[in-house]
Design a protein around this ligand. Structure first.
Ligand code: FAD
Length: 402
């Protein structure tokens, strides 16, 4: 007998395994016998001491296949970060009006509809009904759609079409305040504007939850404790917004330790909104086409080329491309690398563990090493793949199940 188990009533307590086997035998003996046993407490008093009930079975999650054999692709992109927050305003160039809508950092997918609505309203306030949108990322496409919804005629001009843009390489989670600005650099009233964008966007996204092709859905996410990486404070004062908006999504709760699907690790869990980026983007592009929008492939080397377009009002949705074309030296690239595992429909959940996030989207399981804080990737415009970062991220995911 294993000496770790204390004696109880003159008998050694049984291990969980023994207890479970005993329970299983009672179950197999048949319902009638089990019922008779439960109705005869006096008989049991003379028999062996009852074993403690087995602990509830923790529902293990199907592990992600996180190895190179299941690695579909690795992509890198840069977040268009502006310390002062997204630029959303009118600028005039002679006869032309330009409405800027760029610089959404790590929040472009989340804030897209709110910013699109405001940009479209600014553009429509000029009294025209024909518009050029520069850029076919998520910001350009939603801005163009919002204009079409208002009855305008719209042409998108872009070097890259939706599936080719940096937007197509995003993680795909609801993250409206991720690297959205620096507290010391945003103008007064920014938090209020951000809240308006956020609320409007969220409402638009909710309209797409439950559609057959699942462009947007809710998924259980876990926050796991432990690991080896120390999280440290960032050196910059990245804005943290949204504490008052927690009621937009269902609240997170502590996990029940006895039902922890990652034994000893899961601390919090909740429902998160995720974007199935490939399908969602495709849906937006098809909607744009169906509603009469035109998309023209065109790369602009000079600002004058853009200003020579026939449309009187131009919406600048060029993301990081706005830096050179519109001379915005405040734009900072923030690098991010995504590791795409093949889709794993039997494992539909996500987690954050030891600096790595894992999200099971319809178009792949998205694994991302996020570094010790939001400084990670700052001012790094490299779009080449870092193989060591991929190996580290995959190994961390495997460790989450140990
Ligand atoms: C790794 C990573 C993960 C992210 N995860 C999330 C997330 O989970 N949730 C979230 O909300 N956000 C996320 N983001 C942020 C989000 O992806 C961006 O904020 C968003 O993609 C910006 O979209 P955009 O349309 O402004 O830019 P882009 O997608 O870069 O589109 C720019 C468009 O402008 C065109 N263009 C640029 N220059 C020119 C030129 N000179 N001539 C012609 N066309 C030009 C391009 O061809 C393209 O069509 C993430 C970003 C990264 C990098």
């Amino acid at each position: 007998m294993n000496s770790r188990f204390p004696f109880h009533g003159g008998k050694a307590m049984r291990t969980d395994r023994e207890g479970m086997q005993s329970n299983r035998r009672v179950f197999l003996a048949g319902g009638a016998a089990a019922l008779a046993a439960s109705c005869a407490p006096t008989m049991r008093a003379t028999g062996p001491a009852p074993s403690p009930p087995p602990p509830p079975q923790a529902p293990r999650r199907e592990p992600f296949r996180a190895d190179r054999e299941h690695l579909m692709k690795v992509t890198v992109c840069t977040r268009p970060f502006r310390p002062a927050g997204p630029r959303l305003e009118i600028e005039r160039f002679g006869e032309k009006t330009v409405v800027h809508n760029y610089g959404h950092g790590g929040s472009g997918w989340s804030l897209s509809w709110g910013c699109a609505a405001q940009a479209a309203a600014l553009a429509r306030s000029q009294g025209h009904s024909e518009f050029a949108v520069l850029g076919a990322g998520v910001i350009g496409l939603t801005t163009a759609l919002r204009l079409l919804e208002s009855g305008a005629r719209v042409t998108i001009y872009a070097e890259d079409f939706p599936a080719e843009t940096r937007s197509a390489r995003a993680t795909g989670v609801w993250s409206p305040s991720s690297r959205i600005g620096l507290a010391s650099e945003v103008p007064p009233g920014f938090a209020q504007r951000w809240e308006e964008w956020t609320r409007y966007s969220h409402a638009r996204h909710l309209q797409m939850v439950g559609l057959d092709d699942a462009p947007i859905e809710y998924q259980t996410q876990y926050y796991l404790r432990g690991g080896v990486m120390e999280r440290t404070p960032a050196s910059r004062d990245f804005l943290e917004l949204g504490r008052g908006l927690r009621n937009l999504n269902p609240p997170w709760t502590d996990t029940d330790p006895e039902r922890d699907p990652f034994p000893g690790k899961a601390r919090r869990k909740g429902q998160s909104m995720i974007f199935n980026v490939t399908g969602y983007f495709d849906r937006l592009a098809r909607q744009f086409e169906r509603r009469g929008g035109r998309m023209v492939r065109r790369a602009f080397a000079e600002r004058s080329e853009a200003l020579a377009l026939p449309e009187p009002v131009i919406l600048n949705c060029m993301g990081y491309g706005a830096k050179s074309l519109w001379g915005d030296e405040t734009l900072v690239p923030v690098r991010g690398q995504i590791n795409w595992l093949v889709p794993q429909p039997r494992a539909r959940y996500g987690f954050f563990y030891d600096g790595v996030s894992a999200i099971s989207r319809r178009d792949g399981v998205i694994i991302q090493y996020t570094g010790p804080n939001d400084d990670f990737g700052y001012a790094n415009a490299s779009e080449s793949v870092d193989a060591a970062e991929t190996d580290r991220a995959l190994a961390t995911v495997r460790r989450a199940y140990e």
